[in-house]
Design a protein around this ligand. Structure first.
Ligand SMILES: [Zn+2]
Length: 107
């Protein structure tokens, strides 16, 4: 796979992740004390909010990793498993940018 194609894929994922973060940030805005949630109770709203906050945090971590990946594309070791040196598919790198291991070694 060409470097430009990898770069494009990583950039697409960065944009996707940024959009997600924006959406989650809106969702984690302070819970209104009134009945704005209709049939969903305020307790449920608070519970959902903490779940969303967790996903938001994960998305932010992923964004940092994706940006790091972007700086590594030029490296000769880019996309290689740190354990067995096998090539890691770009699809895996995008989904799990924090993983420096191939599927076999990650097991
Ligand atoms: Zn490996």
């Amino acid at each position: 796979m060409k470097k430009e194609e990898i770069e494009k894929l990583v950039l697409q994922e960065i944009v996707k992740t940024e959009n997600k973060i924006e959406k989650y940030e809106e969702m984690t805005a302070p819970v209104a004390p009134d009945n704005a949630y209709g049939r969903v109770s305020r307790m449920d709203a608070i519970h959902n909010k903490s779940l969303t906050e967790m996903v938001l945090r994960q998305s932010k971590e992923k964004l940092v990793m994706l940006k790091h990946v972007l700086t590594q594309i030029d490296s000769p070791d880019f996309g290689k498993c740190i354990k067995c040196n096998a090539e890691i598919p770009i699809q895996r790198i995008i989904v799990k940018p924090e993983s420096m291991l191939c599927v076999n070694c990650a097991r």
